[in-house]
Design a protein around this ligand. Structure first.
Ligand code: C5P
Length: 398
């Protein structure tokens, strides 16, 4: 619930602005007070009257509106909220934010505020992927701006890809997480989860039995403590966590790229069961039986080790890097050696021999291995493991 929480909602100029009207409604249903600010371009997409009617309050539009200054100056307006939300955050607005411009009401409020800012980007896929926008996003992340979305999908302009504004309920969840005064508020954490699928040909792939349950639970537990979580997930069967930014991938190499573009982060938890190998060259065509009884020979190539790569980053390494070690024998000895080899800070080791029923099950029995030794936790649900790990991460980052 958001009872009594005050949201300053800056509505930029994009077709997604219509969703911001629904966002106002959803926030008010949860007890929040919403003060809308419409940029001149935003006012081309939604009318001040609809924003004002839904918010049940005045809509602010112009920096030089003296009445507003008499009532409430822009500095005061920018600080009277608990959270500033920019939705849609257009490429132009983000560029202004990254450059520190203050040449209209929205940019001035964003520069003057002393509160957390959450941006929900929305733009054409090419604009989102443009080096300038990605540079601005990286700058803003470095400045502590929180992000929700963008989602991938069909766009109003007819193209397909990342750039759609997150749905109102996802923005609400991100707002709730940002306002949760948890110990991880203002911290950014990347969590990888699920299996990866490595194509053999267009219809076949190599996979593993990971359900993604532990990774989902960890991402949810971190978000519940107020962290901004980027959840990079392979094709998992477990339900997706709430209040996190979801980046869906298929292969190890896609997962590696998604992690790279989610950095920088304060911590990273690598819970994915990444395939160690992929096809050296996946076939473009379905491999067929030729009737002679000859068998196809599959040639493998090694996948990148995402955990080791991030652990050994020379610059910009997360303060805390956590890996998992699913072992069937000599769990602690193997996992201790693995921690050293990979260069991560902690390893959560678990015994996945079939007798334990852990792989795909709802419980886990883990040992936390760090520089100071091995600490075995009692067998507990994956949700409890997640809560305990999230609390330990919060302690380590405090
Ligand atoms: O080497 P192994 O697969 O046992 O290591 C497990 C840990 O390394 C897990 O945290 C897993 O998410 C991570 N990993 C990775 N990229 C790989 C292989 C494993 O991030 N290619």
């Amino acid at each position: 619930m958001l009872t009594g929480r005050r949201i300053l909602l800056i509505i930029g100029g994009g077709i997604a602005a219509f969703k911001s009207l629904d966002l106002i409604r959803r926030l008010r249903e949860r007890g929040a007070a919403v003060t809308p600010v419409l940029t001149p371009a935003g006012a081309e997409f939604v009318t001040p009257l609809s924003a004002s009617a839904l918010a049940g309050t005045k809509v602010y539009r112009d920096l030089f509106d003296l009445t507003d200054e008499a009532e409430m100056g822009h500095i005061e307006l920018s600080r009277s909220a608990d959270l500033v939300v920019v939705a849609p955050a257009t490429a132009d607005l983000m560029a202004k934010m990254a450059a520190g411009l203050a040449n209209d009401l929205a940019s001035t409020l964003l520069l003057a505020t002393d509160k957390a800012v959450l941006a929900a980007p929305a733009m054409n896929v090419r604009m989102w992927e443009h080096a300038a926008t990605q540079r601005n996003v990286a700058t803003l992340r470095g400045d502590g701006i929180l992000f929700v979305g963008p989602d991938e999908g069909d766009m109003a302009c007819g193209e397909y890809g990342p750039g759609r504004m997150a749905e109102p309920l996802a923005i609400v969840a991100a707002i709730e997480a940002a306002l949760a005064a948890g110990p991880l508020a203002g911290r950014r954490v990347i969590v990888t989860s699920g299996p990866t699928h490595e194509p053999i040909d267009p219809v076949r792939y190599i996979a593993n039995r990971s359900s993604g349950a532990q990774g989902s639970a960890i991402a949810g537990a971190l978000a519940a403590l107020g962290a901004e979580v980027v959840f990079v997930t392979g094709p998992a069967s477990a339900p997706m966590p709430a209040g996190v930014q979801i980046v869906a991938v298929e292969t190890a190499r896609e997962m590696q790229a998604a992690v790279a573009s989610a950095l920088p982060a304060d911590a990273a938890v690598f819970a994915a069961a990444v395939a160690d190998w992929r096809m050296a060259a996946a076939s473009d065509h379905k491999i067929k039986k030729d009737g002679t009884g000859s068998l196809p020979v599959l040639e493998f190539a090694e996948n990148p080790d995402i955990l080791a790569g991030v652990s050994q980053m020379a610059e910009g390494r997360p303060v805390l890097v956590v890996g998992f070690a699913a072992e069937t024998d000599d769990v602690i000895a193997n996992a201790t050696a693995k921690r050293k080899r990979k260069g991560c800070d902690w390893i959560l080791a678990n015994d996945v021999s079939p007798v334990t029923g852990i792989m795909g099950g709802s419980e886990n029995a883990v040992t936390l291995i760090s520089e100071s030794g091995a600490e075995t936790w009692p067998r507990m649900s994956k949700a409890e493991v997640a809560t305990r790990l999230a609390a330990r991460i919060a302690e380590a980052l405090a």
